[in-house]
Design a protein around this ligand. Structure first.
Ligand code: NAP
Length: 324
């Protein structure tokens, strides 16, 4: 008998056909809640789940007694209780590597857009306000040659730093990561305590995962340590930052600008002050959102679930303990 899969996420036709050739596949609409009665009926028979941003709870796991593996179409898995899965012997697979460069591109886009005020000034042109040559009121800040402080220095953090160091001659500092002597050699990157990095950097870019230790890692105290000319970039997860403290810091001139791909509440409510601040570039969580990368992430999830349910080791396994 074929094993059963619940799919909630964007797979292309070839990927769906690949899975349907091997498993009984039930596709849930994007809007369906996993704890809704119709979903629970499918989960009751499921051996695997594939999806993105899956809000998994112990109750959902209780409803899926045959579940052997979950393949999330993301590298982050902060919405999934890993310990609970491990306790039940359920494999969790994610999609690292294939999205690293694209997410770093988004990070650097935010660095450039905030420093050179790209969104604000493009709108100024479209609004017909370009009546004479620009003056100091429209000037931005240099990026090249400045100091880039990476908070978290894993795959994505290093990829952002490479762009900065090799493309823009930036000095790279990093904190909240183990020391990486090979990157000191390659990029001249220097390890710092977080407080030192905040004080020294012109751009502070956050790339740590959201965990119990990193929730609200950056708040009022941390913004106060930044230069008033400092620019803050978050491409990690919204909850790593105390968003109210960020809003205050921007409103009070504690820092100069922010480039944000992620927010404490997503979608960002239209009522958030961040939507109206000229010194904020806010993106709708598009870190990895290109056709090529989203396809590659979906394919990695397909490969992971196929291998897991066929008894082979998935390519990207988060909870190694579940691999016998
Ligand atoms: P990674 O390779 O695992 O790097 C994580 C970095 O954070 C490492 O340097 C790690 O330190 C450090 N770190 C600090 N505190 C940590 C803690 N409590 N637990 C784990 N690591 C901690 O991950 P990545 O592939 O670069 O991805 C980073 C995060 O970016 C993801 O978790 C995700 O939330 C986010 N992301 C966002 C988007 C988007 O659309 N905006 C896209 C992709 C990913 P060590 O160097 O010592 O290990």
């Amino acid at each position: 008998m074929k094993k059963r899969l619940v799919v909630q996420g964007r797979l292309n036709d070839a990927q769906l056909a690949e899975l349907s050739g091997l498993f009984e596949v039930d596709v849930l609409p994007k809007s369906a809640k996993l704890d809704a009665p119709e979903s629970r009926a499918l989960l009751a028979k499921a051996h695997g789940i594939v999806g993105s941003g899956l809000p998994i709870t112990a109750q959902i796991l209780d409803a899926a007694p045959n579940l052997a593996a979950i393949a999330t179409i993301s590298v982050g898995y902060d919405s999934i209780p890993v310990d609970e899965l491990t306790k039940r012997g359920i494999m969790l697979c994610n999609t690292p590597d294939v999205l690293t460069e694209t997410t770093a591109d988004t990070g650097f886009t935010l660095i450039m857009a905030t420093a050179r005020r790209v969104v604000e000034l493009a709108q100024w042109v479209k609004d017909g306000q370009w009546q004479a040559g620009v003056g100091p009121e429209q000037f931005g800040s240099d990026v090249h040659g400045k100091t880039l402080g990476m908070v978290g220095f894993g795959r994505i953090g290093q990829a952002v730093a490479r762009r900065g160091a090799l493309g823009f001659g930036m000095k790279v500092l990093y904190a909240k990561a183990s020391a990486k002597p090979e990157l000191d050699r390659e990029l001249g990157a220097q390890h710092r305590e977080l407080s030192e990095l905040l004080a020294e950097s012109d751009f502070v870019c956050v790339t740590v995962p959201l965990t119990a230790e990193t929730e609200h890692l950056i708040g009022a105290q941390e913004f106060a340590l930044m230069k008033p000319s400092g620019i803050f970039i978050n491409i990690a997860r919204g909850k790593v930052v105390d968003e109210n403290a960020l809003i205050q810091a921007l409103e009070n001139g504690v820092i100069k600008a922010a480039g944000l791909d992620v927010f404490e509440q997503e979608p960002l409510p239209a009522s958030s002050p961040l939507t109206t601040m000229a010194n904020v570039v806010a993106l709708p969580h598009i870190g990895s959102a290109t056709h090529e990368t989203r396809d590659a992430m979906a394919q990695r999830a397909v490969d992971n679930i196929r291998l897991a349910l066929q008894g082979e080791r998935p390519i990207s396994l988060v909870n190694e303990e579940t691999w016998r």
